[in-house]
Design a protein around this ligand. Structure first.
Ligand code: F6R
Length: 241
């Protein structure tokens, strides 16, 4: 595991976008695993810039998103379909038919894993982390052997994500997520965390024993992970070093 600490969110995003763009240049037909949430927003903006400058093309790329709320229509502004379309897909040359979300396969979520396998597996997975250590929507306690499935979001996640909704009551209680075993099969992972509110989760994930209580800790066992943090997210691990 390689850990890179950047000064701030902007620099973290530039670093991530460069790694992803270089990867796409070398592997123009690759399969990308995508995350939503606040953290990758600037990375996606920068990838759009690089695309517009002619540096990269998404024409032959296939994407699999990590997760999606259950029962939110793709046109709902809070859905991850909407997020990805608005921020990235509508601004690049990707074929929408090659973009997938786990809820598209509801209720046969195991077909999402099959689809990923048929596509040749995920070459590069972008990951964020919840303040409770979740990856995708694999909440604490999720089995490391878990596959794509429907899950109940825990209170902590509902509270964290309520910032995107009018009221906490509007946050869906259920979602579909790639499983931890699905994520671990990705050939390469680029993991991003920014901000002081992630420092505890980062410490628990990378400086303590692997435990299902902290889902991201399993990444210690992945052979090809680049962790990119800003100083605020790295604060607790930096103190330890
Ligand atoms: C989203 C996802 C989540 C987020 C995590 C952090 O697709 O998989 O695990 O990465 O909740 O979200 P932000 O970036 O909003 O802090």
């Amino acid at each position: 595991m390689k850990i890179i600490v950047e000064e701030n969110y902007q620099m973290l995003s530039e670093r991530a976008a460069k790694i992803i763009a270089d990867f796409i240049k070398k592997n123009p037909k690759c399969v990308l695993g995508l995350a939503t949430g606040s953290t990758p927003i600037e990375t996606y903006n920068l990838l759009v810039e690089k695309y517009k400058k002619g540096g990269i093309s998404f024409k032959n790329i296939t994407t699999f998103n990590l997760d999606e709320y259950s029962k939110l229509a793709p046109k709902n502004e809070q859905s991850y379909h909407f997020f990805m379309n608005k921020l990235l897909f509508s601004k690049i040359d990707i074929a929408l038919k090659n973009t997938f979300f786990p809820t598209d396969f509801s209720p046969n979520f195991e077909n999402y894993d099959k689809k990923i396998k048929e596509a040749g597996g995920i070459d590069l997975q972008i990951l964020g982390i919840g303040t409770n250590g979740h990856i995708g929507f694999n909440e604490p306690g999720s089995k490391f052997s878990s596959k794509t499935r429907q899950v109940l979001l825990n209170k902590n996640t509902i509270k964290d994500n309520s910032r995107f909704f009018k009221s906490i009551k509007d946050v869906p209680k259920k979602a579909a997520t790639m499983g931890i075993s699905t994520i671990m099969k990705a050939k390469k992972i680029i993991f991003l965390a920014s901000g002081e509110n992630k420092k505890e989760a980062i410490y628990n994930s990378f400086c303590k024993k692997v435990s299902t209580k902290v889902p991201a800790s399993i990444l210690q066992k992945h052979k090809n992970v680049i962790v990119i943090l800003d100083k605020a997210a790295a604060e607790k691990i930096a103190k330890k070093e």
